[in-house]
Ligand binder design. Sequence first.
Ligand SMILES: *Cc1c(COP(=O)(O)O)cnc(C)c1O
Length: 366
Amino acid sequence: MKTKPILNEMTPYKPGKQIDEVKREYGLEKIVKLASNENPFGFSGKVKEELPRMLESLEYYPDGHAREIRGAVSDFYQIGEDQLIFGNGSDEIVQILCRAFLEPLTNTVMAVPTFPQYKHNALLEGAEVREVVLTEDGHHDTETMLNKVDDHTRILWLCSPNNPTGVLLGEEKLKEIIDRTPSHVLIVIDEAYYEYADKEKRASSLELVNNHKNVMVLRTFSKAYGLAGLRIGYGVGDPETISAMEPAREPFNTSVVAQKAAVLALEDQEFLEDTVTRTRENKKAFMDFCDSIDLRYDDSEANFVLLHLPISGDEMFEYLLTKGFIVRSGEALGIPESIRLTIGSKEDMKKIQGYIEEKVKQEEEI
Ligand SMILES: *Cc1c(COP(=O)(O)O)cnc(C)c1O
């Protein structure tokens, strides 16, 4: 048998450590997972209340057109229903985009490090991946990225706030990129952390979609809405682009439960606002802590912070594991001597700050 040769050069996605795994390995009672940017405040109580009723009629396939959530998102953001495509997480929208746009002899341009699924799916489609290193302070190097675009470029990926740096691409910058990108290139702005970003600073990206046929925005219910376990996200684009992509989507790609839960989650803006407020407060406190002990970090508008360390990311990762905290080592993300940690509850942040300080001080004494 023979697979696509590219598969020999690829490895499956390596997720952050699982809670049960760490409990077993380290004999710990309580584990705090700050590795995958999930919502430490859970998800909407309205969703939880309705869950039992969502489990009726599971013998039927879901609505392949996702009418109810389509209507809800369309109303909420005042965009056309025909501008939306739903996926099993926005991860799947990335996959659908790659299936629909990329093939051998085409290329796609992205930052590095950024969300790994753009590259992963592009390689599977046989496209050339052109990666452009982020600037020193974690911004997209837009000048170099634009220089990499040519006649064979199909997708330009922008991640804002960028994972793993958290750095936001502002409206001015986005407009400049859009103006300078040839119209045959689809510009995908992945806004998985949009809700967390400063309302004054974040771009009116849906307006950009409305004004430019070649712009698509990706959003998700996994992060600020806290529904990572249910898997639902979406893309917003030009109706023609959306309908061109549709054949590349599996017919029943989002579940009954995910569709219903997303509607209720979107309605519960109180929960969302509370999540965002608490996260931003705790993030500010964490950044103040970092300043107080002279640790450098990237300017994050997301619910995580990339923290630069005087020691290897792996070393800090291992140390925090022994204390019951799972974070992401920068080594695994392509930024050595750093860790990426999700902003957690106030109590957990206080504890992890203590351990980080302890480890850094230990190191200074050696
Ligand atoms: C988490 C994340 C996603 C994917 O989230 P889904 O759970 O698949 O919706 C997409 N993009 C970025 C940058 C992310 O960090």
